[in-house]
Design a binder for this molecule. Structure first.
Ligand SMILES: C[S@@+](CC[C@H](N)C(=O)[O-])C[C@H]1O[C@@H](n2cnc3c(N)ncnc32)[C@H](O)[C@@H]1O
Length: 425
């Protein structure tokens, strides 16, 4: 790595730290503008930028001095290399100019004595307080630290086109995955976990539609929905269809599966994935909001409704570390209103004897249990189906209690929450 790459990464970080749009989109845009960068250089830029985003608060604390007029992202990078990556100043000889070497000496000498727990957990104060209230200080710290790790690459085998055994044996036989740790996921019967990141988008199994990228936790949600052959199923917040496609495969391409969302762009992405999947039971529909008239004629028609609600996304911080700096406490309150309303709308779509699943990738009670409990209070015609029992019925032995609650350091998945409701009348 060299000084020019350092400069480019610092410029990218200047942009990312404005927190105006998601970091993954900005990173892709950066790579499109810098096609001259090779694979190793790209990996270094991505790792460094995401590394700084994961540890931003701590790194500022050890690198920014009172004399600084404005934040210099090169200091953050140096701090990341020295303090997190464990490099020595000598290791960085080629990378740093003389002034930066002086910064490095100062940064190296800083220790974390007296830093607040929120700085060490690398989250904003409001979020730290909420997590401590919910999980206690020790568990809150463990959760925050688990988010410093890179997530594994999880794949879902599309059973419309292949079996897990077939995909696993093909991958194990291949040179591309030779040095990779590759294994069935522990809980999802359709998952494969890969230790290292591959550009899976170009892999033949992917282009043939035999595999999809999907976190194991997300795969498990479709098992909670548990759609049966020939049923009417709605995915009310389908987005780009990660869970919709899994539902379609569980339905063995029979029945009718509706994918609704308010985002045209996301539904267009679903369209691309749908072509690869080989599913023909799926219909995508753009709606204005949960009160869209298009939904009205479908009231009481569905056997299964999934609400994968818009949420803070704090369970996905391993993949989207920028979210912890972009989310404010007020945003969560705003999301709670949407979550409550969308779930109430889902209840209307569901027929008697049918099932509604409410899911988020949030860690916060306000977006999870609180919404589920309020729903049960307001909807006496629904009862809670314990998630552990619903999974056991699918031969998945994962018991996190009446709600599904997944955490990276416990389950190896992103953080997920789900509640299963059945309409009794
Ligand atoms: C957590 S994401 C869904 C991710 C998707 N289910 C997947 O597995 O890839 C939440 C989605 O809710 C959508 N959304 C937001 N408000 C909505 C509303 N009022 N009705 C339906 N969808 C909504 C967003 O556009 C977003 O795609």
């Amino acid at each position: 790595m060299n000084q020019s790459l350092m400069r480019q990464t610092a410029m990218l970080l200047n942009d990312l730290l404005k927190f105006e749009s998601p970091a993954d989109a900005k990173l892709s845009e950066f790579f499109r503008q810098h096609r001259e960068l090779g694979t190793k250089e790209r990996a270094w830029v991505a790792e460094t930028a995401y590394g700084v985003l994961r540890r931003y608060r701590y790194l500022r604390e050890v690198s920014v001095s009172e004399a600084d007029e404005q934040e210099d992202t090169r200091k953050l990078i140096i701090a990341w290399l020295l303090k997190i990556e464990g490099k020595s100043i000598r290791d960085l000889d080629e990378l740093l100019d003389e002034r930066q070497k002086e910064w490095a000496v100062t940064i190296k000498s800083k220790n974390s004595e007296g830093f607040s727990p929120a700085v060490l957990a690398d989250v904003r104060d409001w979020l730290w307080l909420k997590l401590v209230e919910e999980y206690g200080e020790t568990e809150a710290m463990t959760i925050c630290r688990s988010m410093f790790e890179q997530a594994s690459l999880d794949l879902r085998v599309n059973t419309i086109k292949a079996s897990r055994e077939e995909v696993l044996s093909r991958m194990l036989a291949e040179n591309t995955v030779k040095d990779n740790v590759i294994a069935p996921t522990p809980f999802s019967p359709l998952g494969i976990r890969m230790g290292a990141r591959l550009n899976i988008g170009k892999h033949i199994l992917f282009t043939e539609g035999k595999i999809e990228v999907q976190d194991e936790g997300s795969q498990l949600l479709s098992y909670l929905v548990a759609p049966k052959r020939g049923q009417m199923v709605a995915d009310l917040c389908a987005g780009a269809g990660g869970k919709t496609l899994a539902l379609g495969a569980l339905m063995k391409n029979t029945g009718r599966l509706y994918a609704f969302d308010v985002s045209e762009k996301r539904l267009n992405n679903l369209g691309q994935r749908l072509k690869r999947s080989g599913l023909s039971n799926l219909q995508a529909q753009l709606i204005n909001n949960e009160n869209d008239l298009k939904l009205k004629r479908l009231n009481g028609k569905f056997d299964r409704v999934l609400v994968d609600a818009p949420c803070s996304g704090l369970g996905t911080l391993r993949r989207n570390p920028d979210l912890k700096w972009r989310q404010a406490e007020e945003d969560v309150a705003e999301l709670n209103v949407k979550q409550t309303n969308i779930l109430a709308r889902a209840a209307k779509l569901c027929k008697a004897g049918g099932r509604v699943v409410y899911a988020t990738c949030s860690l916060l009670r306000d977006e999870n249990e609180a919404i589920a409990e309020a729903f049960l209070q307001a909807h006496p015609d629904f009862k809670l189906v314990p998630a552990n029992e619903a999974l056991a019925q699918q031969n998945i032995l994962l018991d996190t209690g009446v709600y599904l609650k997944l955490l990276p350091h416990v389950h190896g998945t992103d953080g997920f929450f789900a509640a299963v409701f059945e309409k009794t009348a």
